[in-house]
Each structure stands twice: as C-alpha cells, then as structure tokens.
Design a protein around this ligand. Structure first.
Ligand SMILES: Cc1cc2nc3c(=O)[nH]c(=O)nc-3n(C[C@H](O)[C@H](O)[C@H](O)COP(=O)(O)O)c2cc1C
Length: 351
C-alpha cells in the first residue's frame, strides 16, 4: 500500500498525511500482514490548493520511524535519484535496514518534475540521459552496500574516493521497486529492480496479460532475470457497485482538483497542450482518481473478482491507494482479504 494520498481532489475524506494517521495505518497494515508500505516522494507541491503533494515527508526519515513501530512489513523509501547522492542514500537506507531488522526497500524515481530540480539547483537532463545517470547511480549504491572496505569509483557522473558506507546493513541489497514506463525506463527497471510497476493503457485483463508478459520477457531476454510485475491500483469499495461508482464520481468529477492535476499533466506529458480535449479529459480523470492507477471500484465481491482476474493475467502484486486509507484498509481487511484467502490468492496473516 502507498502511504500518502494519490488522488487529486478536494473531497473531505482525502488523506491528511499527518503522522498520527500514518503511524496508525502502518501499525494496522503490519498487523494485517500487508507486505509493504510505500512512500511517495515529493519535494515541491503541484498547483491548486497546495495540498498533499507539498507536505509529503522525507522518505528515509519517515521509514526509520515506521521501522520502529512495526514488526514485519517492508518499508519502501521513494526518492529522486538525480537529486540525492548515493553515499547519503546508502547510509540512510542502512539505518532503516538496521532499525527494521532487514525490512528496508526503495522505490527509485528517475524524476521528471522541473520545480524539484530547480529547488535543488540541479539541471534536469534529457529523458534517456537521466536513466544513463541512474545506471551509474545504482553501480555506486550497490558498491557502497556490498563493500566492507573503501573503494574508488570514477565515471562521467561520479568520482568517489575511498568510498564506503557505515553502519553495515543487514540485507545484501534492499528490495528495489521502479516504475519507469518509457522503453528506456522499462529497461532500467528490468536491469535493476525486483518489482517493476506498469500502468496498462487498457484495464481489460486480457490487455493487462499481454503487457505483463512483455515486461517479463524483456527482463528475461535482456538480463536473464525474473522480475515481479505490479500495478498500482486505487480502491473505491462500497456495499454495492452503484454506491462505489457514485462515490468515485463525486470525488473525481464533482470535487476533483483540476488545477493540481493540470500541473502534473503538464510536467509529465510533453505534448499535453496539443492533445485532443477528450484524450486530455480522460487522462485528467485517471490522474484525479488515483494518479493514473488501475481502477478497483465496486463491491467487495467485484474487487476480489477483479483481483483474481489480474492475478490470472500474471500480475504479481498490487500497490493499493485509497482516498480514505484507514477506512479503506479496514473494509478491505473485513470483506476482500477473506475472499482472496478463500480463493488461495493470499495466505491468511499469521500472528
Ligand atoms: C506506482 C508508482 C509510484 C510512483 N511514485 C512516484 C513518486 O513518489 N514520486 C515521483 O516523482 N514519481 C513517482 N512515480 C513516477 C515514476 O517513478 C516515473 O518517473 C514515471 O513512471 C515515468 O517513467 P518514464 O520516464 O520511464 O516514462 C511513480 C510511478 C508509479 C507508477
């Protein structure tokens, strides 16, 4: 699950992002046997009412605190590779690894939001060059985590001398997630990550199946490697399909944050201004709903059935987001997880 609001809406149920709420949520997810808790990385707010995006906490400090109050959930720090030095990240992530007893992971962002680069005073490179840099970043990070002694590393981006990272982490490598969507981004994910996110263009499970197979095949062919393919999905669960659809319409359309989402689209989609209005409206809807995530909207039985279909299509995992996380997680635990357990899709949580 993702521990920060991902919808663009003014609806009062939206996530507060307060530490009290985050910590309650982390403890509850831990208790329920949810596998991972994923942070969002944001250093500058989008436009609009300047809500959640600007208030996202720094994700390694956040992870250290989550580590101290949970027992088994993986804790994933999302961060922009271009803006944070690998020597700092190696130490911060080792700190989380030690506090958590080996539960630290990272979601690698090869970022794209110009105001954040301006904030750091870093020039944003061309898209594919960012991934070239990210490859070298990973080389430095992997060496910092695996070397017990100082080493030198010199290339076009780094000149590390007698580099090392202490304290030494527990894991040999943290779990790595990446959501590169472009061809170059997918290649980066296949090479370095254990979990690659994909955003299907078409929610039909058959289309998802083809997309997942493509990703898996690329990792096998290019890197001789098995990777897990996950989707991020937004969940709107109500007692009936109609009630869920009505609630979704209310928070996405009636109370959507159109200014914030326009900012996001402009930063992400190079030809946004010349796009046909229907296409733009569709994209705006998807981002307002849940940052372009896969829709899981309906009753518990609708949602469990769709999860089964996604699993049959080869999807290995889902990162879930809600408008109201605490209520959403409880409803999922009460009515969807038992269905998944019954279907053999999930093992019941053990004490
Ligand atoms: C599930 C998921 C979570 C993401 N989380 C963040 C985030 O917290 N911060 C951020 O700047 N970008 C985030 N991204 C954006 C991706 O890391 C990546 O930049 C984007 O998919 C573009 O990839 P591309 O340049 O290869 O097309 C996320 C994307 C997905 C699908």
């Amino acid at each position: 699950m993702n521990a920060k609001g991902a919808s663009f809406t003014h609806h009062p149920d939206r996530f507060s992002g307060d530490w009290d709420e985050i910590s309650r949520l982390a403890k509850r997810a831990d208790e329920l046997g949810i596998e991972g808790f994923v942070s969002a990385s944001r250093w500058r707010a989008f436009g609009g009412d300047n809500h959640y995006s600007g208030d996202v906490m720094e994700t390694f400090a956040w992870a250290g605190a989550i580590a101290a109050i949970t027992e088994r959930i993986s804790i994933i720090s999302t961060f922009p590779m271009a803006l944070i030095n690998p020597a700092f990240v190696a130490k911060a992530e080792a700190t989380v690894d030690l506090i958590s007893g080996g539960r630290a992971g990272m979601n690698l962002v090869c970022g794209w939001f110009p105001p954040e680069f301006e904030l750091f005073g870093v020039e944003m490179q061309e898209h594919n060059d960012r991934y070239g840099y990210a490859d070298k970043w990973m080389e430095a990070f992997d060496k910092l985590w695996s070397s017990d002694e100082g080493f030198d590393l010199k290339n076009e981006y780094f000149d590390l001398k007698n580099a090392m990272s202490q304290p030494r982490p527990l894991q040999s490598r943290p779990v790595l997630l990446n959501a590169g969507g472009s061809p170059r981004g997918r290649q980066f994910a296949a090479e370095h990550a254990e979990v690659a996110f994909t955003i299907p263009d078409d929610p039909d499970p058959q289309a998802v199946k083809a997309r997942v197979a493509e990703y898996r095949e690329e990792a096998r062919k290019k890197f001789g490697k098995e990777i897990q393919i996950w989707l991020s999905a937004y969940v709107v669960q109500k007692d009936t399909t109609a009630a869920a659809e009505a609630y979704a319409h209310d928070y996405i359309v009636t109370r959507g944050d159109d200014v914030g989402v326009a900012d996001l689209i402009e930063a992400n989609i190079p030809n946004a201004k010349t796009m046909p209005p229907e296409k733009m409206a569709e994209m705006s809807y998807e981002f307002k709903a849940g940052y372009g995530a896969y829709p899981l909207v309906g009753s518990a039985s609708d949602i469990a059935q769709r999860m089964q279909e996604l699993s049959d299509a080869g999807v290995d995992g889902l990162m879930l987001i809600w408008l109201d996380y605490e209520n959403g997680l409880e409803k999922l635990a009460g009515e969807v997880l038992p269905r998944l357990e019954e279907a053999g899709l999930r093992a019941p949580a053990t004490a």
